[in-house]
Design a protein around this ligand. Structure first.
Ligand SMILES: C[S@@+](CC[C@H](N)C(=O)[O-])C[C@H]1O[C@@H](n2cnc3c(N)ncnc32)[C@H](O)[C@@H]1O
Length: 195
């Protein structure tokens, strides 16, 4: 269960975001979890520690930087697919043994990348799946989410659940301030097919 040390992981997330990710993964009791973007594996450790022993955890990351200790804790449950989303999604779903009911997106932070991830995963999501996006304050991530919501492909927006901004003071991109952080939740609720 949770203790202060549970949240002490090499994650690129604030303490509040770590707590929320852990709590949502724990409370949702997902069966198949996908993480897009793991880097040093801190967020992967949080997911792993939150899940029931029977849950599957698949990670897509082109350049993993897991230490031997991190790998030792994550394996054999966490399956690492060394590739990029969305191209690696079919293999990730295959390795999970089915569709995902919980996804943590923290990979390509460009608007096109987020759009590609969110559209790409729809094929591999259970109805009602929870999709969490980190760095939702970042303009690329928020623009990508907005584009996908406008397409109406089955996502309902639950909004920002972790609201704390992590600004990069003085940095501006495309005329927009660079602000990291923020966890936004989408729920995948595809419309039932008409008879
Ligand atoms: C912000 S870091 C992830 C941090 C990690 N989730 C954490 O909180 O500790 C972003 C990671 O996404 C990876 N990445 C970039 N593009 C990707 C893609 N298309 N698919 C999967 N991972 C990607 C990068 O290699 C990098 O390691």
């Amino acid at each position: 269960m949770i203790s202060a040390s549970t949240l002490e992981v090499p994650a690129q997330m604030t303490p509040r975001e770590r707590l929320l990710l852990f709590a949502l993964a724990r409370a949702s009791c997902p069966k198949r979890v996908l993480e897009i973007g793991s880097c040093e594996g801190g967020s992967t450790l949080l997911l792993h520690r939150a899940l029931e022993p029977s849950a599957a955890l698949v990670v897509i990351e082109p350049t993993p930087r897991w230490t031997a200790d991190t790998r030792g804790e994550l394996e054999p449950r966490a399956v690492l697919v060394e590739g990029r989303s969305p191209a690696a999604l079919p293999l990730a779903s295959h390795r999970a043994g089915g569709r995902f009911d919980f996804v943590f997106v923290d990979g390509d932070h460009t608007a096109a990348g987020v759009e590609g991830d969110l559209i790409g995963i729809t094929t591999y999501l259970e109805p009602g799946a929870t999709v969490l996006l980190h760095d939702a304050h970042y303009w690329g991530v928020s623009d990508g989410i907005a584009r996908v919501l406008a397409l109406g492909v089955g996502y309902a927006d639950a909004g920002l659940l972790a609201v704390e901004p992590t600004p990069e003071v003085g940095r501006v991109e495309a005329g927009r301030p660079v602000i990291w952080g923020g966890l936004r939740m989408l729920r995948f609720s595809p419309k039932p097919l008409r008879p």
